[in-house]
Design a protein around this ligand. Structure first.
Ligand SMILES: Nc1ncnc2c1ncn2[C@@H]1O[C@H](COP(=O)(O)OP(=O)(O)OP(=O)(O)O)[C@@H](O)[C@H]1O
Length: 262
């Protein structure tokens, strides 16, 4: 794979964030923009600097993989972008909107309307069918109609499995239901934390294929993982260490999910 590599700036920048100019001078719209975003948990001697002065720009429609050792701040970064938590300092802008200044209610509305989350453990409700699981979350956004939920299941290749309960589905199928649940509300951003962490290679590839297809439709997808192999399918690879973004690399030729191996 070919990489164009850029070092992450070491310090925060002041002023309003602006997307970088494209080759023709036009400014492409950033799906996500971080400027000096930091997150510290606790205070004084007990303070944990989970994220330090992160600068990052993700253009709309990219598939981004975030890599780094355990504790390097990947989930913290994803949580700030997803509006689960506010930064302690700096700016987080999503879809042109500064979400770092939102209060709890504002972040809840932002998450509900704009972000789909996929986690390592699928977190499906065991007493509901696949279709009901998808509808349950879509209803919170007022987009819980049966057709939309069934279409989301079809988009992940599970059109025929809507009536099954989670226990009647394989791990990979359960994760695809979780992805359908995340996309049924048509979010601008799909944020995935170790989506293949609980899956074997073949099943994991199937899930990556679904994520790549959804990205191919124009959706911005960010994937946090320990698994460096997944980086080969990304447009952009962000490497983290000790709470810092230490490298952002562009991949000019992302591999198809089927070629990812570990
Ligand atoms: N709510 C919290 N309170 C205190 N410390 C936290 C909290 N959340 C995360 N941390 C700490 O922040 C640091 C970064 O954690 P984070 O979960 O972002 O790392 P990670 O790279 O996602 O790790 P992993 O790959 O193991 O999930 C770690 O030292 C972690 O212990």
């Amino acid at each position: 794979m070919r990489h164009g590599s850029e070092r992450a700036p070491a310090s925060a920048r002041d002023g309003a964030p602006e997307p970088a100019p494209g080759p023709d001078g036009a400014r492409e719209r950033a799906a996500v923009l971080l400027r000096g975003a930091s997150k510290t948990y606790g205070k004084g001697h007990a303070a944990v600097h989970a994220l330090r002065e992160a600068d990052l720009e993700v253009p709309e429609g990219e598939l981004v993989v975030l890599l780094g050792p355990s504790g390097s701040g990947k989930t913290t970064l994803l949580n700030l972008i997803g509006g689960i938590e506010p930064p302690t300092a700096g700016q987080v802008v999503a879809g042109g909107r500064d979400i770092s200044r939102l209060d709890e209610d504002g972040r809840t509305a932002y998450r509900r309307d704009t972000v789909g989350f996929v986690f390592q453990f699928f977190n499906l409700v065991p007493s509901l069918t696949a279709l009901e699981n998808v509808r349950l979350v879509a209803e919170l956004t007022g987009r819980g109609d049966r057709e939309r939920s069934a279409a989301a299941l079809a988009a992940v290749g599970l059109a025929e499995r809507g009536g099954r309960f989670p226990a009647q589905l394989s791990g990979g199928e359960q994760q695809r239901v979780a992805i359908a649940r995340a996309i049924a509300k048509d979010p601008a951003l799909l944020l995935c934390d170790e989506p293949t962490g609980a899956l074997d290679l073949d099943t994991g590839r199937g899930v990556l294929r679904v994520l790549q297809d959804l990205n191919g439709e124009g959706r911005t997808v960010m994937v946090v993982t320990h698994n460096a192999a997944i980086a080969s399918m990304a447009h952009r690879v962000v490497r983290m260490r000790s709470g810092r973004i230490v490298e952002v690399a562009r991949n000019a030729a992302p591999a198809p999910a089927e070629e990812v191996t570990w």
